[in-house]
Design a binder for this molecule. Sequence first.
Ligand SMILES: NC(=O)c1ccc[n+]([C@@H]2O[C@H](COP(=O)([O-])OP(=O)(O)OC[C@H]3O[C@@H](n4cnc5c(N)ncnc54)[C@H](OP(=O)(O)O)[C@@H]3O)[C@@H](O)[C@H]2O)c1
Length: 312
Amino acid sequence: MARIVIIGGAGHVGTYLLPRLVEAGHQVVNVTRGLSRPWLPHAAWARVETVVMDRTAEEAAGRFGAAIAGLNPDIVIDMICFTPESAAHLADALEGRVQHLLHVGTIWVHGTLTTVPAREEDPRTPFGQYGIDKSRIEDMLLDRARRGRLPATVVRPGHIVGPGWAPLNPAGHFNSQVFRDIRDGKTLALPNFGLETVHHVHAEDVAQVLALAIDNRSASVGEAFNAVSPAAVTLRGYAEAMFRWFGHQPDLSFLSFEEWQKGVAPEDAQATWEHIIRSPSHSIAKAERLLGYRPRWTSLQAVQDSVAHLLS
Ligand SMILES: NC(=O)c1ccc[n+]([C@@H]2O[C@H](COP(=O)([O-])OP(=O)(O)OC[C@H]3O[C@@H](n4cnc5c(N)ncnc54)[C@H](OP(=O)(O)O)[C@@H]3O)[C@@H](O)[C@H]2O)c1
């Protein structure tokens, strides 16, 4: 069994991942600022060692990588890395020191897609600082892995969903009023024809991919894996399913994006634009084939698990 250090382990994914790793017999260390609590309780948290450290402050002082290496991990899971500089700093410190580094990336390493569902190896044209930086991090880590310098794996979640926080809604943003309006049977306006897509994943299934990547190290080193539900949903299909889930006939209207955005808050319109301009739809075939990934949750089941808590 391994000593596994998770950087940022008390968040959405960590809520499921850390108990899973403890139950598998690993020695689990969570690096955190000590501000967050897992979204769900689990007895296994009593067996997680907590190290309080602020990554931002330690990186600024040039000490973060050495501090993580100093915890003597066999495996490191980096949940909260967002810049190539931050990734390189950690990678430099871990080369020759760990059996496996797992980096949590994003499906937004892709910009717009050409064929769907998109495969990990399809050409990437990221846009927006977040996706561009995550793409550069991924290239750097997988290059080091393929040169035999650092055994790294990248896991790319879709829109992470679970009980406790608001899921990306059928209008493509995070304002949970949309779910209350659907529950109350009000008409929901969607942009365009409602045929753009979003691709959720339950946090438990992201944890599954990470755990399987550890278990199947020889297949996962040097590789990136999408961590998404079995299939993306169209906004229209998602909205219709949610109306029915609340016991209503779907009541939808459709407007051009320019007209639609006039009826919502600017930050909601921006979030929708960020999602539908990419219209993610990604393949899980590689994770199924190489890791044995079997998602427990469809997109709709994952969202409904979240909304049931949100509106209870
Ligand atoms: N959310 C999504 O839909 C989505 C989609 C695709 C990819 N991703 C990727 O998923 C990753 C995030 O995973 P997550 O959603 O499970 O994380 P999360 O819920 O945001 O949790 C982050 C954890 O990191 C800790 N943390 C934050 N800042 C820290 C710092 N400066 N120093 C030390 N610890 C710190 C927090 O604990 P404390 O507050 O106690 O420090 C918390 O436990 C990111 O890499 C993101 O790019 C997310």
